[in-house]
Write a protein that binds this ligand. Structure first.
Ligand code: PGA
Length: 293
C-alpha cells in the first residue's frame, strides 16, 4: 500500500472512531447532567519584534472587541507594562508573552522566567513558535519544558506546531505534527491539565509571513489530525474542549473561511495583528454566529 493510500485509510478510520467516541462521551456527560463545554473563540496577536510604546498605545485605543471572542495580545516583553496600562485594568483583553525560560530564576542572561511573565500581567505564553525553533535552535525537549513550566505557573501555553514546505510536499505533514505533539506534551504529569489551560496553534511554516495561507480545507485536515492526537493523549472529552488556533498569513479576507472549519477555534496572527483595524476585523470574523464556535 502506498504511503498516501495508507494515510487516507487511517484518516477515515480515525474519523469514524472519533465520531463514535464523541457521541458516546456526549451521551455519558449528558446522563451525568453536564453538557460538553463550548470552545470560546480565541484570537491572539503575535507582534514579534515590532512596535514601540507609541504604537502600543495607538493600537490599544483603536482595538475593537467582539462579543464572545477572547482576545490576547503578545507584544515584545518590554512593551507589556505600556500595553497593560494603555488597555486599562478593566479591559477584558489578556496579555501574553512570546516566549519564556523554563527555569524559575537564575543566571540566564536575556531570559524571562514564568513567574516574571505572570507578574507582568500575562495569562498566556507562546511556546515553540517556529521562529524560535528555526532561528534560535529551540528543540522539542526545550519546548516541552516550557509548556510544563508555563502550566506550573498558571500560565496558559499556546503550543505552536507545524510542518515545513518540504515536509508537506513529501506527504510528511501528519508525521511531523504527531512527533511534535508527542514530544512537546510529554511528561505533563497527572491529572491532565484543564483543557482550557492549553492551546495548540497549527502554524504551517510555509504559511508564516509569506502571504501564502493554508486553504480552509488544508487547515481543517491538519487541525482535525491535531485534535485526534490530543484525544489519543488525553481522551476525546478533553480534546473536544481544547482550543486549536490556525496561524500563518491570516488576514481579514481569509479569516471567515478558516474559522468556519469545525476544528479551527481561532487564530494566531502575526503581520495582520500590527494594525488595530485589521486585527479587529479578524476578531469580528471569529465572533460566534459569524463563524466562531
Ligand atoms: P503571520 O505570522 O500571520 O505574519 O504569518 C503568524 C505567526 O507567526 O504566528
Amino acid at each position: 500500500m502506498t504511503t498516501e493510500l495508507r494515510e487516507k485509510v487511517e484518516r477515515i478510520v480515525r474519523q469514524v472512531v472519533r465520531e463514535t467516541l464523541a457521541a458516546s462521551e456526549g451521551a455519558l456527560s449528558q446522563l451525568a447532567g453536564a453538557l460538553p463545554d463550548g470552545r470560546t473563540p480565541l484570537v491572539v496577536a503575535n507582534w514579534k519584534m515590532n512596535h514601540l510604546s507609541e504604537d502600543a498605545r495607538r493600537f490599544a485605543s483603536g482595538l475593537e472587541l467582539a462579543d464572545g471572542v477572547e482576545v490576547v495580545i503578545c507584544p515584545a516583553s518590554v512593551l507589556l507594562p505600556v500595553l497593560a496600562s494603555a488597555l486599562g485594568a478593566a479591559s477584558p483583553v489578556r496579555l501574553g508573552a512570546q516566549n519564556l525560560h523554563f527555569e524559575p530564576s537564575g543566571a540566564f542572561t536575556g531570559e524571562h522566567g514564568p513567574a516574571m511573565i505572570a507578574d507582568a500581567g500575562c495569562r498566556y505564553v507562546i511556546c515553540g513558535h517556529s521562529e524560535r525553533r528555526t532561528l534560535f535552535g529551540e528543540s522539542d525537549e526545550a519546548v516541552q519544558r516550557k509548556v510544563a513550566a508555563a502550566l506550573g505557573s498558571k500560565l496558559r501555553p499556546i503550543l505552536c506546531v507545524g510542518e515545513k514546505l518540504a515536509e508537506r510536499e513529501q506527504g510528511a505533514t501528519f508525521r511531523v505534527l504527531r512527533a511534535q505533539l508527542l514530544a512537546d506534551l510529554a511528561d505533563l504529569g497527572s491529572p491532565a491539565p484543564d483543557p482550557r489551560e492549553l492551546v495548540v496553534a497549527y502554524e504551517p511554516i510555509w504559511a508564516i509571513g509569506t502571504g501564502r495561507t493554508a486553504s480552509a480545507a488544508q487547515a481543517q485536515q491538519a487541525m482535525a489530525f491535531c485534535r485526534e492526537q490530543l484525544a489519543e493523549r488525553f481522551g476525546w472529552a478533553w480534546a473536544e474542549r481544547a482550543r486549536l488556533l490556525y496561524g500563518g498569513s491570516v488576514t481579514p479576507d481569509n479569516a471567515a473561511g478558516l474559522i468556519a472549519q469545525e476544528d479551527v477555534d481561532g487564530f494566531l496572527v502575526g503581520g495582520a495583528s500590527l494594525d488595530a483595524r485589521r486585527f479587529s476585523e479578524i476578531v469580528a470574523a471569529a465572533a460566534p454566529g459569524r463563524g466562531g464556535a
